[in-house]
Design a protein. Structure first.
Length: 288
């Protein structure tokens, strides 16, 4: 059974109380921040004090001798402490040895358990954020799929139960901050989506049906009226984003982009007619 607190003080598990104290004093002098200016000395000094606080107390030492590093989720104390971020080591030990972990207590009464949650972030494709799907994530040496709910927005956090740090026989959760990648096609405004659609000149002039291909829906057939203007907007109900709270779905707004024919591909008769009929206007709106 691994017992890293003994390794921290550089002593054997059979060390006497005097040997524990002697080892502690030697290391404390070596790594005291007033003596050792190495930037890692502060953390080392804290770990030495934490190890001594446990091993110098018979009750806590007996508990540690029984469970070993299982009290830190199987990690050595250094790695466990590092994973807790800025948690004070005194509070960390109180949460383990006092007020609910393995029994016992040492001053100050029960303390709240350390934060075992682990935090990370991911970027999900825009289409997945709209319709939902799976996203593979790797944390440490573990790789698994998570479910991305439809309608998620940048800045939201997903919680995956039981995939966080380990400690005290428990495992925290994994908190994932989601960022949504930009789309080359869509713009999202709350629950509505906006995109451009190409409209052939003939359909714009005389009306007709236009098939709109999107990456998140089946092709949409839209009827455009004659004299459709460039930039004119059309609403398609219920083809937007589903709101995660209300379950209501927004709309899709399509902006007409009139596609002009290539004049070089027109026959001469048509070009001549257009030149005659499409005379430019002067600034007052009269034929020039």
């Amino acid at each position: 059974m691994a017992k890293s607190l003994y390794e921290t003080l550089g002593i054997s598990e059979k060390a006497s109380a005097d040997e524990i104290k002697k080892a502690y004093r030697k290391l404390a002098r070596k790594y005291h921040p007033d003596v050792n200016k190495d930037k890692e000395a502060v953390d080392k000094f804290k770990e030495i004090n934490a190890a001594y606080e446990v091993l110098s107390d018979k009750k806590k030492k007996d508990e540690y001798d029984m469970y070993g590093d299982q009290m830190f989720g199987g990690q050595n104390f250094h790695d466990f402490a590092q994973n807790q971020g800025n948690v004070d080591l005194d509070d960390l030990l109180r949460s383990i040895f006092g007020g609910g972990g393995f029994g016992g207590g040492f001053g100050g009464g029960p303390q709240s358990a350390p934060d075992l949650d682990q935090r990370t972030s991911i970027i999900v494709p825009f289409d997945v954020s709209i319709i939902g799907g799976k996203h593979n994530i790797t944390v440490g040496n573990e790789s698994f799929d998570i479910k991305i709910p439809a309608g998620i927005k940048s800045g939201e956090t997903l919680r995956v139960r039981g995939k966080g740090n380990q400690g005290m026989g428990k495992r925290g959760d994994l908190l994932i901050k989601v960022e949504v990648a930009n789309s080359p096609i869509f713009e999202r405004k709350e629950s509505d989506l906006y995109m451009n659609m190409d409209v052939p000149l003939k359909s714009a002039l005389f009306g007709g049906k236009v098939v709109v291909e999107t990456s998140i829906h089946e092709p949409i057939t839209l009827k455009v009226p004659k004299n459709t203007k460039n930039g004119q907007k059309f609403r398609v109900r219920g083809k937007g984003v589903t709101d995660r709270k209300s379950s209501l779905t927004g709309n899709l707004y399509l902006t007409a982009n009139i596609v002009l024919p290539n004049v070089d591909e027109m026959d001469e008769e048509l070009k001549t007619m257009l030149k005659e009929r499409l005379e430019p206007l002067d600034t007052e709106g009269r034929d020039a």
